[in-house]
Ligand binder design. Structure first.
Ligand code: AMP
Length: 193
């Protein structure tokens, strides 16, 4: 099964992805984590992306598509992926569909975590205080939120039209959000078919 966790930055996608890894043995594919690892390792890719990321802008589609492509087959062989922070543009969404189709797979569920902007701002302020992630500073976070609204939120109709989208109240407790995700995933169209 392949699941996209969809939502603005700091909506809780990473937290929920990690729980799905623990409970279902799925593989988390987080382009943000991959890019942060590239920066930490001092690779050329990391050096190229560091400034873009700390500003809060999106890195080029080709970069993240290549990162996903490099890990997709292994994730599919392991039973499926949880896409966390990918896709963020229509070009990424279309590439993902094409890459999966080549492997005879598809996206099965898109779970949208809905959190209002005020809650996001307060979550990210405390994450910045705790972890000091450079792109959690208020200016970069505003750019990230704008990028989500401009480039990523418009993908919602793409998945809604395919009948894949479930909206979950991301303002509830972590446990309640997990429960709502489990309910959504239980409606597996492959099982029903
Ligand atoms: P995240 O941890 O998912 O919030 O990602 C952190 C940053 O990495 C983003 O603000 C972007 O600069 C970059 N990034 C991560 N995933 C993508 C993506 N799918 N497309 C473009 N940029 C991305």
């Amino acid at each position: 099964m392949n699941v996209i966790l969809f939502g603005p930055p700091a909506a809780g996608k990473g937290t929920q992805a990690k729980r799905l890894v623990e409970t279902r043995g799925m593989i988390q594919l987080s382009t943000g984590d991959m890019l942060r690892e590239a920066i930490a390792s001092g690779s050329e890719l990391g050096r190229e992306c560091q400034a873009i990321m700390s500003r809060g802008d999106l890195v080029p589609d080709a970069v993240v598509i290549a990162l996903i492509e490099a890990q997709l087959k292994a994730a599919e062989d392991a039973g499926g992926a949880i896409f966390d922070g990918f896709p963020r543009t229509l070009a990424q969404a279309e590439s993902l569909d094409a890459m999966l189709a080549k492997l005879g797979k598809q996206i099965d569920h898109v779970i949208r975590l809905k959190v209002d902007d005020e809650a996001l701002l307060s979550r990210v302020a405390s994450r910045f205080a705790d972890q000091g992630r450079p792109d959690d500073n208020p200016d970069s976070f505003k750019v990230r939120l704008d990028a989500y609204n401009r480039n990523t939120a418009p993908l919602l109709p793409y998945y809604a039209d395919k009948g894949l989208l479930t909206e979950v109240d991301g303002m509830s407790s972590i446990e309640a959000v997990s429960g709502a995700i489990d309910t959504a995933l239980a409606k597996d169209r492959l099982t029903i078919a």
